[in-house]
Design a protein around this ligand. Sequence first.
Ligand code: NI
Length: 190
Amino acid sequence: MILPIVAYGDPVLKKKANPISKDYQLLKDLIDDMRETMKRASGVGLAAPQIGLSFNLFITDGSAFDDLEAKNFKEVFINANIINREGDMVGYNEGCLSIPDIREEVKRPDKITIQYYDENFNFHEKEYTGIVARIIQHEYDHIQGILIVDYLSPLKKRILKKRLLDISKGKVDVDYKMRFPGQKVKSKYI
Ligand code: NI
């Protein structure tokens, strides 16, 4: 089932997400729905807060990239914890499904080490670099309640203020389903 993607301005996007229990019965359904939702929106990644759930869960799909490693990067990250960031700070124009039509340069370290559980609750500790490390850091930020616009200078933030306000009011033209602040939603996952 395709779920509406939460728009900028919803408090759930600013919250630090909670860990998921291994016993959470609906995990498989939730991951399936998130995959379908991400695909429909042509997303490179999707974090649970973006569908209104404050869970430490995100998924990735780098198939839109030419980069060989990114292309095959379809993963599920549960209860993720980045334990190390190193390497050069690299800038890249990032977008976010919760903030349509805004792309901003975000500088991030090129290399990370992350601990996480996969969808079968197997534990992993892995190192990632390049685009894949960037995708992970963007989605991991969602789990921490951080958005790409939080990296902007005060000046740039002022320039974008009106557009961000418009997004939070639903004045956006997107071809995927969104949910705007104040709109009530029923979810089987809460
Ligand atoms: Ni995002």
